[in-house]
Design a protein around this ligand. Structure first.
Ligand SMILES: [Zn+2]
Ligand SMILES: [Zn+2]
Length: 61
């Protein structure tokens, strides 16, 4: 059970995806600017609203 009072007292915020209270330094997405827990910090893990760039192809031509 989540205690709302503790959430309001916390300045660390919550994960924008799962709404979990962040008791550690939140990960800020560089694409959408929102804060996420460790599980959802990757754009692919939080349905990122930003514009994540795909990784460059492993091979060079
Ligand atoms: Zn999360
Ligand atoms: Zn994002």
């Amino acid at each position: 059970m989540i205690d709302d009072k503790n959430i309001k007292n916390s300045k660390l915020g919550r994960c924008s995806y799962c709404n979990k209270v962040l008791t550690f330094l939140p990960h800020t997405c560089q694409y959408c600017g929102k804060k996420f827990c460790r599980k959802h910090r990757l754009p692919e893990n939080h349905s990122c609203e930003g514009n994540p760039q795909p990784p460059p192809p492993p091979k060079t031509s």
